[in-house]
Design a binder for this molecule. Structure first.
Ligand SMILES: [Zn+2]
Length: 85
């Protein structure tokens, strides 16, 4: 009947079902894998969380040009360096 045997029909149904469930499984795996980093990012974006490292102002040494912390700067060793140490 119409050149379609029961075996071919069954094979087609099995192939379509395998592709459908394979696609569903793959998208579920990607959601599980992509879900964890998103949760971490949301945690990091929380405004109440304190910053891990505080920013420090830097100033350029007038002698060598190296940037040193404005507070607690130490001498670079060259003569004329205004910082102690
Ligand atoms: Zn210097």
């Amino acid at each position: 009947m119409l050149g379609l045997s029961l075996g071919k029909l069954l094979f087609t149904i099995i192939v379509v079902a395998a592709v459908f469930f394979g696609w569903k499984w793959l998208s579920r795996m990607q959601a599980v894998r992509g879900g964890a980093p998103r949760r971490v990012r949301e945690k990091a974006d929380r405004p109440s969380a304190p910053p891990a490292v505080e920013a420090v102002d830097m100033v350029a040494c007038p002698v060598c040009g190296d940037y040193v912390p404005a507070k607690g700067a130490r001498s670079c060793g060259r003569s004329g360096c205004p910082y102690p140490g």
